[in-house]
Ligand binder design. Structure first.
Ligand code: HEM
Length: 191
């Protein structure tokens, strides 16, 4: 999988979520969102420790190795809450495909234009979110919930790549190499 500008056309549009899956997502989310700061920070810390290259975009802690030091970064805490709030908007509007598209569009545009984030990091973050939620809320995130959430993440990522493709994002050769390395690491981690 290579995720850059021209790749979107090759991606199959993910299936629409079924009513049952939407309900599962809503039901499992409320507990997570009640702990949004802690859950968001846990997700980002996992992202930055498992995939240290994802820190490169954050001026305040790109050189930090120490987890406690990272946790006290205001930039990290703010981003954690921002990610959770955006997810909450997606969940609240899960029946509204246009709203989903527009929320993801805004985030993808700013991350491409302002923050220069490679799209593959959205895919990585999606995997990390699931991993952390399953660990933190095992009673809620069983197989059925995991399937529903994976589908939602696929929809999000599909929109992200659509936007990156529309704005003509092109990864440099070095960045592609890093993406390949990262994807191999993900495959390795997920057995
Ligand atoms: C679901 C995924 C994500 C959501 C909802 C999200 C949301 C946001 C929001 C709302 C902002 C502030 C407003 C803006 O500039 O757009 C922001 C800033 C930022 N995001 Fe994300 N983000 C996501 C994923 C990522 C990823 C994967 C990275 C990089 C690995 C990243 C890096 C950044 C950076 C560097 C900033 C600027 C931080 C600052 O200046 O304090 N984001 N994000």
């Amino acid at each position: 999988m290579e995720v850059n500008g021209g790749e979107h056309e090759k991606m199959e549009r993910p299936e629409t979520l079924m009513e049952e899956e939407r309900m599962t997502i809503k039901n499992t989310w409320s507990k997570v969102y009640a702990n949004k700061e802690a859950a968001g920070i846990a997700v980002l810390i996992r992202l930055f420790t498992s995939f240290p290259s994802s820190k490169q975009y954050f001026s305040d802690f790109r050189h930090m190795e120490d987890v406690q030091e990272m946790q006290s970064s205001v930039q990290l805490q703010k981003h954690a809450v921002r990610v959770m709030k955006a997810l909450n908007t997606l969940v609240e509007n899960i029946h509204d495909g246009e709203k989903t598209a527009s929320v993801v569009e805004l985030v993808a545009k700013s991350h491409a234009h302002k923050h220069n984030v490679e799209p593959v990091y959205f895919k990585i973050l999606a995997g990390v979110i699931l991993e952390v939620l399953v660990e933190a809320f095992p009673e809620s995130f069983g197989a059925e919930a995991q399937r529903a959430w994976s589908k939602l993440m696929d929809v999000v990522f599909w929109h992200v790549t659509r936007v990156y493709s529309e704005i003509g994002w092109a990864s440099t050769e070095r960045e592609r190499e890093r993406e390949r390395e990262t994807i191999i690491a993900i495959q390795y981690c997920s057995g």
